[in-house]
Design a protein around this ligand. Structure first.
Ligand code: ZN
Length: 104
């Protein structure tokens, strides 16, 4: 199992903050390659979620799940967004000892 990593900066894809009433407390990320049963999921934004660059070299576009945690009123709300990332951008994220959020 992989461990969850945390972004050092705000992600470069849109993160919903519930009509701007919530605040992004942190953003987790883990690598995730969806199998064929997930092909109906919404398309990923084209850019790297970490650096925002849309250019990827051959073999350097990794599929990942971004997990923003939004604090809204007194609740913590985690949700998942499918994204692309560069291997080096992912490696630069902060390692944690939490398991990744992928439940399947
Ligand atoms: Zn990147």
């Amino acid at each position: 199992m992989q461990m969850l990593r945390l972004l050092r900066f705000q992600p470069r894809v849109e993160v919903s903050t519930i009509n701007s009433e919530g605040r992004v407390e942190r953003v987790g990320i883990s690598l995730w390659e969806p199998d064929a049963s997930f092909k109906e999921l919404p398309k990923k934004p084209p850019q790297c979620a970490i650096c925002g660059d849309i250019k990827f070299n051959e073999g350097e576009r990794l599929s990942a799940l971004l997990m923003p945690r939004i604090v809204w009123k007194t609740k913590d709300i985690d949700y998942l967004i499918q994204v692309w990332v560069h291997p080096l951008c992912f490696e630069a994220c902060i390692e944690t000892s939490e398991p990744d959020p992928i439940p399947w």
